[in-house]
Every structure is written in C-alpha cells, then in structure tokens.
Design a protein around this ligand. Structure first.
Ligand code: AMP
Length: 416
C-alpha cells in the first residue's frame, strides 16, 4: 500500500461537502461585487515567485516546491495565487481587454511547511484581486467583500485586523529607523532574522520567534500625509459598510510586495494557526513584473481552515431522496429505468446491486439515508407499478403506477 505524502491529504465527505459549500458561497458573493474567475496554472516558472513574492520570504526561501523539470526548466508549484494572477493579467493584456480588473481564483497551493493541525503542504485557497483602482474605496470594498463572504459561508467569530505599511517613501524612512534598532538588538534576534535584517528588516516584525517582542519594543511606523489620508479613508468606508475591524500597527504580513493597507482575518477557534485570511495592497507589483502601472489590492483565504470553523455546522444533506430496489430476478431492467426517470425529474436516487437479495438491498437503502425505497418485485413487474416504502419507522407502504412514481415522490418530499 502506497500512502499519501506527509502534509498532503484526502478531503473526504462530509468535509468535501463543506469545501463545496464554501466555494458556492464565494461564487454568489463575488458575483455581487463584479468579480470574474481566473483559472491559472498550478506550475509556473520558479522565477515568477522569486521576483514577486520575494526571495527573502519563508514561502520562497524555504518552503517552495521548486525543481528542474525534464526539459531543464526551473519550475515551481505555486505557493500562492497572486503572482500567477498578475502574470496572467499582464500576459493576456487584461488591462485593455478585461472588464474591471476584479478577478478571483480557487485552487491548491503548495508549501513545504512542517505539517500540523490547520497547516498542510497542499492546501486550498480562494483569492480575490482588484487591479487598477488606487482609491480607498477599493480597499474597503475588497475587505467588506471578504467579510460578507465569510458570513455567507457561515464563518462567525472572526476578527479583522488592518494596518498600513505606507508607500515606498514611508517604508524607506521606517526601514532605516527599524534597521538601526535591529542592528542594536542583533544578539537577541533569531538566526534567520539576523541573516536577513540588512536585506529586509520589516520581515523581522513578522517572524514567529522575534515578532512578539519586537512588536512591543521596536519603534512604531509613521505614515506620510498621503498614506495617512488613504488609511483613514479606508477606515471610514469600512465603517460605512458596517465592517468591524481593529487597527494593529505591528501587522506586517510576510510577503515582499505589499504596500499600504494590509489585513488579516483571525479566529481564536483555530488554535495556533489562527489566520483564516491574509491580504493587502500591492501597488507596485504589476509594474515591477513588466505590466502597466496598476495599483492593486487582494487577499486569499484558506479553505482548509474555513472548513475547520464550519465543522460543527450541520453538513448539507446529500443523502439520496429515493433508493430503488429490484426485488425479483427479472426486475433489474425496470428498476434501472425507474432510477433514470426519478433522476430525470430532479429527484436524487441511488441503488446498490439489483442482483443481491432483497434484505441486502434494503440494508443499503437504510445506510444511504434515503427517505423512500421504491421496490419492484414479481407483482409490481406484472402490474407496471412500484411499491413505495417510507424509510422512517411506522411509514405505510403503498403502490403507485410506475409512470406516476416521480410525481408522487416529489409530492411526498414536499411534505417532509
Ligand atoms: P498567506 O498566503 O500566507 O497569506 O495565507 C493566506 C491563508 O491561507 C492563511 O490565512 C491560511 O488560512 C491559509 N494557509 C496558508 N498556509 C497554509 C497551510 N500551510 N495550510 C493550510 N492553510 C494555509
């Protein structure tokens, strides 16, 4: 027996149904905001992630599934969706041909992290990107769509935390101040932070080891007037959209391309891996990747963690409504036709094996959770009927002409 790889899992029913429910909620809510789906490749040139996500980030530096393919190309399984969306936006000239710069994607991401509850090496993200609008309304719309989506999917008790990293100018000024502070504290920093503070001092604030103490001790960032106006405008609009949020000035996010607004959604119910969603503005990324000057904002939610939060919610009932049984040797063809007719009429229906005993087929009917069993035995075969047996205890069995069976079952289901 060859098992699955560590950190790669099967998503079985009823969890798979939860995933489908979340995806359906996403499609409904995103449609209200004018987003269209982009289906992007799982495998890209490695360079795409190195140049966008950033080569000092954990995702790229330590966790990427990168390899040389048979043709000698340096490739990588996508660790996140934004670089692929931006590449697609530029490569397909969506700035000219697209409708409004609003795109969502859905699919597997890959990171070779140490697996634990809520952290896998293959996981599913749904992400939304809004490219081309620099105004605070774009930030507020993006965040409020996220919150409405979480609500629609049934995720409650989440908190939205926001911050602004400022523009390149603000960050440059803060970078110098922070770097000075970090150099003075070098002996207190963990090995990886010490190695990267000169290249990317901001990342230390996001480090799992050093982040907590740096948050209270390091100098706080200051924003230039334009960034301050943008950030306060975003907050005003979030309030107008009835979105509850907290400002946390130590939220930095782990990726290189963020500028301005950044945010996270967390849930205490998740334990140590408490982030459900992360996102932010990336005003310079599209241009730096060779596209037009197109400011943008986006986020990605983790479906695996959302599904954990929905575990206690009743799973949608996917049991078949009807279960068809052939109770006589020659009744199999007729039973199969009845199964077909029921489904054609929109009634979910199942069967087991018409060649097995009545007892065995009844056992399968019970296991299926169906509301009604429809039996065709010797008598029904002769009379052109089906016997309908309600599976609930005490239900009276009765007979219907075969042609009327779907209508009758529908009528009965309405009464359940
Ligand atoms: P990030 O792209 O790191 O901002 O992650 C966005 C969201 O994806 C997180 O808030 C998580 O919900 C989810 N996520 C990230 N990494 C993992 C992982 N290894 N396993 C499961 N979910 C993850």
């Amino acid at each position: 027996m060859t098992n699955s790889l560590r950190g790669f899992r099967d998503i079985l029913p009823p969890d798979s149904e939860l995933f489908a429910r979340i995806e359906a909620a996403a499609r409904v809510v995103f449609g209200l905001y004018g987003y269209q789906e982009l289906r992007i490749p799982t495998l890209e040139q490695k360079e795409l992630f190195v140049k966008s996500t950033g080569d000092t980030t954990d995702i790229v530096e330590k966790e990427m599934y990168a390899f040389t393919d048979g043709g000698g190309r340096e490739v990588a399984l996508r660790p996140e969706g934004t670089p692929g969306v931006v590449r697609a936006y530029i490569q397909n000239n969506l700035a000219q041909t697209g409708r409004n710069g609003k795109y969502f994607y859905l699919g597997s991401m890959f990171r070779a992290e140490r697996p634990q509850a809520g952290r896998y090496r293959e996981f599913t993200q749904i992400g939304a990107e809004y490219i081309g609008n620099p105004a605070p309304a774009a930030d507020a719309e993006s965040i409020s769509m996220l919150v409405r989506f979480l609500e629609k999917a049934g995720v409650a008790e989440c908190s939205v935390v926001i911050n602004s990293l400022g523009c390149a100018e603000c960050r440059k000024a803060y970078r110098e101040i922070l770097l000075g502070f970090l150099r003075g504290k070098a002996e207190k920093l963990c090995e990886p932070c010490r190695g990267r503070i000169e290249r990317n001092p901001l990342r230390a604030l996001d480090c799992k080891t050093d982040g907590p103490w740096l948050t209270s001790e390091a100098p706080k960032r200051a924003l230039c007037p334009a960034c301050e106006t943008h950030f306060s405008g975003t907050q005003r609009l979030l309030s107008a959209a009835a979105v509850a949020y907290q400002v946390n000035t130590s939220l930095v996010r782990g990726l290189d391309y963020y500028t301005g607004t950044v945010f996270e959604v967390r849930s205490g119910a998740l334990g140590s891996q408490d982030a459900v969603c992360g996102g932010g503005r990336y005003d310079d990324l599209v241009k730096s990747m060779g596209g037009p000057a197109a400011p943008a904002i986006g986020w990605a939610v983790g479906l695996d963690r959302m599904a954990m939060l929905l575990k206690d919610k009743p799973a949608p009932d996917t049991a078949p409504r009807a279960f068809v049984i052939a109770a006589a040797k020659e009744a199999g063809d007729r039973a199969f036709a009845l199964l077909t007719a029921l489904r054609a009429d929109g009634i979910s229906a199942d069967f087991s094996n018409f060649e097995l005993s009545l007892k065995s087929q009844m056992r399968s009917a019970g296991k299926s959770g169906a509301a009604f069993a429809l039996l065709i035995g010797e008598d029904e075969l002769k009379a052109g009927t089906a016997a309908v047996k309600p599976m609930k205890e005490g239900g009276e069995q009765f007979t219907v002409p075969l042609a009327e069976a779907p209508v009758k079952i529908k009528e009965l289901l309405r009464g359940i």
